[in-house]
Design a protein around this ligand. Structure first.
Ligand code: URA
Length: 262
């Protein structure tokens, strides 16, 4: 193979999202596929699904239904984390290094929901730890809130709509969001925050069924039966610093609501 051919092959891999080398030798995942069919977690999902009206094979061929069954069976955050980690029907899992489940205080009054992990989050297995995450931390620090605070009044709990990084940080696809939404719903139900903060368009689309963050932000909405405040995503604020004034306004609205003021 000549240089140009090798370069074209590499370009093609990058286009597919294979942007980082994680081993010296290639792994043929297709050759490993037969072993995966006996995974106990999938068997567990099938067992739960078989309790419902649909026969297990129908449930298993419908990823949303399988996700609903797996999410409903999780009685606490640790089992939800395991249920997501065992969920094999979302292709994003295969390209991700780590599951990015959540960070912060599970009893926080405020739960922030972002879009999906990026590169830094994928590496560390925690949401919002890259540049946008650092800005998010500074934004909330300005109203006295911190994901590491031990006191639920000042703490945050942070998760994303998608728990695995989309290749090359592409936008989440509707079918990926639909498949993972039952887990997000269960996540919110288990944390039971007083207020949801929806970061950016994808989070609003998933949880409010609406997008257009410029119009949505700064107005209280309702998501999953809880008050929800759409805000500009910190990644957007990094690209559009002139929008930081609006974000500050929204943080003040949040603070006022937490103090019982609006
Ligand atoms: N952007 C998000 O929406 N979530 C993260 O965790 C990081 C960046």
């Amino acid at each position: 193979m000549d240089w140009h051919e090798a370069k074209a092959l590499l370009d093609w891999q990058i286009e597919l999202g294979a942007t980082e080398a994680i081993g010296e030798t290639p792994v043929n995942r297709y050759a490993q596929a037969p072993e995966r069919t006996a995974d106990p977690p999938l068997a567990a999902v099938a067992a739960v699904a078989s309790d419902s009206a649909a026969p297990p094979d129908v449930a298993m061929s419908d990823p949303v239904q399988a996700a609903r069954a797996a999410a409903a069976a999780a009685q606490d955050l640790e089992s939800l984390r395991m249920a997501i980690s065992d969920f094999d029907l979302c292709d994003l899992k295969r390209g991700a290094r780590n599951l990015v489940f959540a960070d912060g205080h599970p009893e926080a009054r405020v739960m922030v929901i972002g879009e999906a992990p990026g590169r830094d989050e994928d590496i560390q297995g925690k949401p919002f730890v890259g540049r946008a995450g650092k800005l998010l931390d500074r934004m909330f620090a300005a109203i006295g809130m911190d994901r590491a605070a031990p006191d639920p009044d000042h703490a945050l709990y942070i998760a994303n709509v998608l728990p695995w990084r989309p290749p090359q940080n592409r936008d989440p696809r509707p079918e990926e969001v639909a498949m993972m939404l039952p887990f997000v719903e269960r996540h919110v139900a288990l944390v039971a925050p007083e207020i949801l903060v929806l970061m950016g368009n994808h989070s609003c689309q998933a949880l409010l069924g609406r997008r257009g963050i410029t119009r949505l932000r700064g107005t209280w909405a309702e998501a999953l039966g809880r008050p929800a405040l759409p805000m500009f995503h910190p990644a957007y604020l990094l690209r559009n610093p002139q929008a930081k004034g609006a974000a500050w306004h929204d943080l003040l609205m949040l603070r006022a609501r937490l103090k019982g003021g609006n």
